[in-house]
Design a protein around this ligand. Structure first.
Ligand code: ADP
Ligand code: MG
Length: 226
């Protein structure tokens, strides 16, 4: 058996509310295999963002563990967790999270700079990626000059430019019209498939969910059985 891309072991996340504790999820066990593209669906407030933030190490669980390609990221200190995330994980946010004072190209190169890989080869790969998402002629523009779909295509490219082992996307098309959402989704999917990457994508959209390898449904603090 290959090492899973993601393994959740009895993952529990509680939030304190006054004197009581409320569980977002409790004792969740789940795995995503290498190359598998999974969606996480669930109503608003069901814990999709919390789950993605735990898998990326942005947030820590109350108990349980998250392993990414066999590495227990929940056992790492904050600094090592941040380094792990920068090197191994790509994240696409619902509201793009582009840096407004940086150009398209500078936004794209940021993950390479943060990991010391903004050499000539890295920059050439970044230009190739920018062309594949249809933004080659916008390299010098600032993000606020781009349409919503273009901004998200840039965010997708930025999540992939440093060759992560895992891509996480939190409702990446939730803020786009249907046609634009489809285009962004198709690009994300094509890049992930082409690289054999594992991905976990939170979405509300059942049509998108049907095209994935695997559906993880969050319901009442559990992963619903398939
Ligand atoms: P989703 O992304 O599926 O809409 P979230 O992961 O954002 O759901 O939220 C799951 C639950 O956790 C919600 O009930 C939300 O109110 C709660 N929650 C999220 N973050 C916090 C926090 N920092 N403090 C307290 N409760 C939180
Ligand atoms: Mg959310």
């Amino acid at each position: 058996m290959p090492v899973p891309a993601v393994e959740l072991r009895r993952l529990t996340k509680l939030y304190r509310e006054g004197d009581t504790e409320r569980a977002v999820f409790r004792d969740v066990d789940a795995t995503i295999e290498p190359g598998q593209i999974a969606v996480v669906i669930g109503r608003s407030g069901s814990g999709k963002s919390t789950l993605l933030n735990l898998i990326s190490g942005i947030d820590l669980p109350t108990s349980g563990a998250v392993l990414v390609h066999g590495a227990d990221i929940t056992a790492l200190g904050e600094r090592d967790r941040t380094l792990f995330r920068r090197e191994r994980i790509g994240f696409v946010f619902q509201f793009f999270n582009l840096i407004p004072v940086l150009t398209v190209e500078e936004n794209l190169l940021l993950p390479l700079e943060l990991t010391g890989r903004d050499d000539a080869a890295g920059r050439a790969r970044a230009r190739g990626l920018l062309a594949r998402v249809g933004l080659a002629d916008r390299a010098g523009s600032f993000p606020d000059r781009l349409s919503g779909g273009e901004q998200q295509r840039l965010a997708v490219a930025r999540a992939l430019v440093h060759d992560p082992v895992l891509v996480l996307a939190d409702e990446p098309t939730g803020n786009l019209d249907a046609a634009t959402a489809e285009q962004v989704f198709a690009e994300l999917l094509a890049e992930a498939r082409g690289r054999g990457l594992a991905a976990l994508i939170a979405t509300h959209n059942p049509d998108l969910a049907r095209r994935m390898d695997r559906v993880v449904t969050l319901r009442e603090g559990r992963v619903a059985p398939v």
